[in-house]
Design a protein around this ligand. Structure first.
Ligand code: UD1
Length: 424
């Protein structure tokens, strides 16, 4: 298995294109199941989670062709409704496939989902929305079957007690082909939800209320062929912005809307970074000439600070100056990376959902292991701000969401590379 080797303290300089968004493309791929035809997605990132979702769709009977950053999904001949356990365990977001299968085939099944180890991650809200749309749910040991009830899948008023991204997507996918109107109150407002709705509307769905907490979906009988370009990945861009702030330098990121990163960018400005954004052109420039100042961060549902950037920002603040606080309000298990950062000299105290960091500049290179996707990216940020050599194991986690983090950061002048097991 490959490791990442970093020699830190080289400032980052140059331009980089940001890959397409993982969290946008995965539910869109699931949504392609709703249409008895061909859907084309562009700007699709080459990452393990996309391959996993493609494998699931192929298993169900889709024919998938990939050319460059384009993915064509032909879902005319779906002949299975059960998702094998190993796929579901490999990637939590595969659970939204159930909503799409329910809409298209009237039935779907799979085991309880896996994914990153960042907390308990229940699926009660997913089950609630499917039930409210008229599905019958059969839970056996670790297995879940959802089936169209006697009255079919019909529009409903759904109230989400928490704006879960996955449960909102589940409700959208299950209701696009339902009878009548569905209203989701308390829906998640993440940009990836609006993008999923735009994509479905392009296919002939009727959804309005995007970007608000009330989504209205008028069910339609069928969808039509469509193509859609996926937006840049705000979490990847946020990671690279944190990397530039930690290592210092001046980078220009292309293919990313600054509006979806408003809070993280505002926080970067507070720790001393200079920012220039061009929303229309999709460009963000980050330059940093000082040691990062301290900061208080609270994660929360969009538009608050994204939990997915909490670990990369923890690495950034750990390598800054002064005392910072982080409150994690979305996933309770998201401080696991603090231990690895401590072995690089970071001073972090974690209590429940709060971390207190005393900045240490620079950190010290060490051998560490990634325990989840964003935590792995955080170790890369720390390695860039550390003296000497850092080696990161467990990189399969990182490959779930970053096309090639070494390629991207090396292009910006970082001394970073993949090292194979045999040392090459
Ligand atoms: C999605 C993102 C993930 C991001 C997260 C929060 C994808 C593929 N993943 O994950 O990167 O970190 O949003 O922005 O888009 N919850 C329940 N019951 C449920 C569902 C969720 O209690 O049925 C809780 C979770 O445990 C968590 C919170 O709600 O505490 C947020 O989860 P949710 O918004 O659903 O995140 P995901 O869709 O899993």
């Amino acid at each position: 298995m490959s490791e990442i080797q970093i020699f830190g303290l080289s400032p980052l300089k140059g331009e980089i294109s940001i890959q397409g968004s993982k969290n946008a493309v995965l539910p869109m791929m699931a949504a392609a199941l709703l249409h008895k035809g061909v859907t084309v997605l562009m700007n699709v990132p080459v990452i393990r989670d996309v391959s996993c979702m493609a494998d699931i769709l192929e298993y169900l009977g889709c024919c998938i062709r990939r050319q460059g950053d384009c993915l064509a999904i032909d879902a005319r001949n779906i002949d299975r409704t059960g998702i094998p356990d190993h796929f579901v365990r490999a990637m939590r977001s595969s659970i939204v496939v159930l909503g799409a299968l329910l809409g298209r085939m009237g039935e779907g099944s799979g085991c309880y989902p896996g994914g990153c180890l960042i907390g308990a991650r229940p699926i009660d809200l997913h089950i609630k929305v499917l039930k409210e749309l008229g599905a019958e749910i059969l839970e056996e040991e670790n297995h879940l079957t959802v089936r169209r009830g006697p009255e079919g899948i019909r529009g409903a008023e759904i109230h989400l007690a928490y704006p879960s991204v996955g449960a909102t997507e589940q409700a959208i996918l299950a209701s696009v082909l339902a009878r009548d109107v569905t209203v989701i109150h308390g829906a998640a407002k993440e940009p990836e939800i609006a993008e999923l709705c735009d994509f479905l509307n392009n296919m002939g769905a009727i959804i309005c209320g995007m970007g608000t907490e009330h989504l209205m979906i008028q069910g339609v009988r069928c969808l039509h062929d469509a193509s859609f370009r996926v937006d840049g990945d705000r979490i990847v861009a946020g990671t690279y912005a944190a990397a530039a702030a930690a290592a210092g330098g001046d980078i220009l990121m292309k293919g990313i809307k600054s509006s979806c990163l408003r809070v993280p960018l505002a926080l970067l400005a507070r720790i001393g970074a200079k920012l220039r954004t061009e929303e229309k052109a999709g460009r963000i420039r980050v330059s940093m000439e000082e040691i990062p100042r301290a900061l208080d961060i609270r994660t929360g549902p969009y538009p608050e600070f994204p939990t997915d950037l909490q670990s990369p920002f923890m690495a950034l603040l750990a390598s800054g100056r002064g005392v910072s606080h982080i409150e994690e309000r979305v996933f309770e298990g998201r401080f696991a990376t603090a231990e690895a950062l401590k072995s690089m000299g970071a001073r972090i105290r974690v209590r429940d959902r709060e971390a207190v960091l005393e900045g240490v500049h620079p950190l010290t290179g060490a051998r560490v292991a990634a325990s989840d996707l964003r935590g792995g990216a955080a170790l890369v940020v720390a390695g860039l701000a550390a003296r000497g050599e850092t080696r990161i194991a467990g990189c399969l986690h990182i490959e779930r969401g970053y096309e090639d983090i070494c390629r991207d950061l090396a292009a910006l002048g970082a001394r970073i590379r993949w090292v194979k097991e045999d040392g090459t």
